[in-house]
Ligand binder design. Sequence first.
Ligand code: NAP
Length: 248
Amino acid sequence: MLNGKTALITGGARGIGAAICRKLASLGADIAMIALTADEQANNQIAAITAEYHVKAKLYACDVSDAAQCKDTVKQVIEDFGNITILVNNAGITRDGLILGMKEEDFDAVINTNLKGTFNMTQACYRPFMKQKYGKIINLASVSGLLGTAGQANYAASKAGVMALTKVTARELASRGVTCNAIAPGFIATDMTKAIGDKATQQYLESIPAGRAGQPEDVANLAAFLASPESDYITGTVIRIDGGLAIS
Ligand code: NAP
């Protein structure tokens, strides 16, 4: 379904990003994986994808909060692969805490990675997508940005910003054959949610109507649909994938 497409996935070495890399590769897409640090885990991911799915896969170290690095990386990926057709803005961090005690650097770090990082990569791919009159942009938001989860002022604000950015991008690029949609996961079992501790995890699980955490593969399946031509008439949407957590 994605043969001949090149997907650039930020934060592709772990968690949801890693599952998206594997899913898109399993459908035939070549993979340009972005990691903050090109460590052993990231390199192993690339080797596994190449061996299992027989697609081209390459690792790039890039801090998405740095606009110049994003521009250089996108340029390099286009040189290496010929083009980019799918951009998955998945890289994200949390630095939770109540507003009262939240440090300025923690507020800035989360906004810069989650929101500015998504903007930086979108801007870097904007002209190439416009020129080729095709592109699929998939942004990772969060139900936290819909609900305004206590203790996540920085994170919730960044993800609400990602949803707004998704709509702007969709409007600006729709006439050029480019779609842009956001995925808003609920509670997905990754390193990010492992960090919140047993008590908070239990509370989350009790508030999920489906009665379980989501798996990275659940999110990857949705990303694959949004990356495929089957979703060509869907743009500017935010799709929750949360077992009902944020039903309103
Ligand atoms: P994760 O396991 O913590 O992985 C985060 C990834 O982001 C890592 O691969 C990391 O790279 C990368 N990253 C962090 N800062 C970066 C930077 N400045 N530049 C480039 N890459 C950077 O997180 P996850 O749970 O898979 O989350 C993936 C996305 O889904 C995030 O946007 C997150 O906010 C969103 N989300 C997750 C959940 C959930 O329940 N897990 C819920 C809602 C939304 P390194 O490996 O190199 O450190």
